[in-house]
Design a protein around this ligand. Structure first.
Ligand code: AMP
Length: 150
């Protein structure tokens, strides 16, 4: 127990991401903690299964390239080095848990909701991360009613 040693920030790269990141960066500074960032790309085949009768691999490749540059840009603005940036394919909750364990992170930071969440409700990814977690989870509240005063 005591101070956190390694924080993992999970980002969906939506416009809420910066607010969630500000909290994670502030905590990492306060505890003098190692800060990692993860973004999980959901394979299109998982989302759409066999519903779309076409080859999605070039679309998937574009999504990957875009996420890669978006994550790199975001992380370098926060001075998070490349070896602390994790771009992973899979199901967000499962991969967030797996990588947190692999990194031996002791705090996972998520937004209370992102793309899938309704304002004021805990989003489904945030909920899923909280549930199976073996570490502390901080859900940073984001939403239209929240004012950030710093
Ligand atoms: P949601 O539950 O999907 O509304 O998202 C809530 C929070 O879960 C976001 O603010 C992120 O912290 C995290 N999250 C959602 N999707 C992803 C993803 N694909 N990769 C990493 N973190 C995610």
């Amino acid at each position: 127990m005591g101070a956190y040693k390694r924080i993992m920030l999970a980002v969906d790269l939506t416009e809420e991401t910066n607010r969630v990141a500000q909290r994670a960066v502030a905590l990492a500074k306060a505890f003098d903690t190692d800060l990692h960032v993860i973004h999980v790309i959901e394979p299109l085949s998982l989302a759409y299964g066999g519903d779309i009768p076409m080859d999605l691999s070039s679309v998937q490749e574009q999504i990957h390239e875009q996420a890669k540059s978006h994550l790199a840009e975001f992380a370098s603005a926060l001075q998070i080095p490349e070896d602390h940036q994790h771009l992973i394919f899979g199901r967000p909750e499962a991969e967030i848990h797996r990588v947190a364990e692999e990194l031996d992170a002791d705090l996972i930071v998520v937004g209370s909701h992102g793309r899938h969440g309704l304002a004021l409700l805990l989003g489904s990814t945030a909920n899923g991360v909280l549930h199976g977690a073996k570490t502390d989870v901080l859900a940073v509240r984001v939403g239209s009613d929240v004012t950030v005063s710093d």
